[in-house]
Design a protein. Structure first.
Length: 220
């Protein structure tokens, strides 16, 4: 990881939101970019004022103000149902109680909510509550597989378990951010830039993509 930190710089902590806002914003970010989901979240709050008002709104009204996030009808339903379930179970829209739970328990509680899978739950746990939970998105999964850190056929959920077992808890945030940056800039899905990669010397996939290791002499 120090090689990646040297190449891309040490990741800065994201601004911290309360866990409920982080949850709603993460639902909005499913299958789309931050550039699309953040305006949708801002629009949601600007229109309704707060998440209590969002919970009381109709699914149609929520869907109409989150259009920029894509899949707006599905996400509106998830947001409405999730806020409703939290309110019924906790008596109010507040997830700060998760702070007191061990990571595994907090994740279990979150993934019982509509539209909340392991990655969404881990975003809330890592970014808002600063717990050692690893969101495995498409970049993290691809890079981890190419580096041989997880099985080549592992699902995102299986990869989460494997990676959380080997990455020290205090380094999970940095690991997550650096693998995403590496996946976007160098270890791209279609044409990884292996010749420029700082991990080339230790990556078992290097030869798959390039064929030969640096400095290897041609034998005649
Ligand atoms: S050597 Fe290639 S496949 Fe391996 S991490 Fe670097 S870019 Fe990805």
């Amino acid at each position: 990881m120090s090689l990646l930190a040297t190449a891309y710089g040490k990741p800065k902590q994201r601004p911290r939101m309360d866990p409920l806002s982080e949850l709603v914003q993460t639902i909005l970010s499913q299958n789309t970019s931050d550039a699309n989901s953040r305006p949708a979240f801002r629009n949601l709050l600007a229109t309704f004022g707060n998440l209590d008002a969002v919970a009381a709104a109709s699914t149609d009204d929520i869907a109409s103000v989150i259009k920029s996030g894509g899949m707006n009808r599905i996400k509106a339903r998830y947001i409405k149902d999730t806020l409703g379930k939290i309110k019924r179970q906790r008596g109010k829209l507040d997830l700060s109680f998760l702070n007191q739970l061990p990571t595994t328990e907090a994740r279990k509680w979150l993934t019982s909510l509509p539209g909340v899978g392991m990655k969404t739950a881990n975003c809330v746990l890592l970014f808002s509550l600063r717990k050692p939970a690893l969101p495995v998105d498409t970049h993290v999964l691809r890079v981890a597989k190419r580096l041989g850190m997880v099985d080549s056929r592992a699902s995102a959920e299986k990869a989460t378990v494997q990676l959380e077992g080997v990455v020290p808890p205090a380094e999970i945030y940095e690991f997550h951010m650096l693998l995403i940056t590496h996946g976007r800039r160098t270890c791209k899905a279609q044409r990884p830039l292996c010749a420029k990669c700082v991990l080339a010397a230790i990556c078992p996939s290097y030869e798959v993509f390039v064929g030969r290791r640096y400095g290897e002499e041609i034998k005649s």
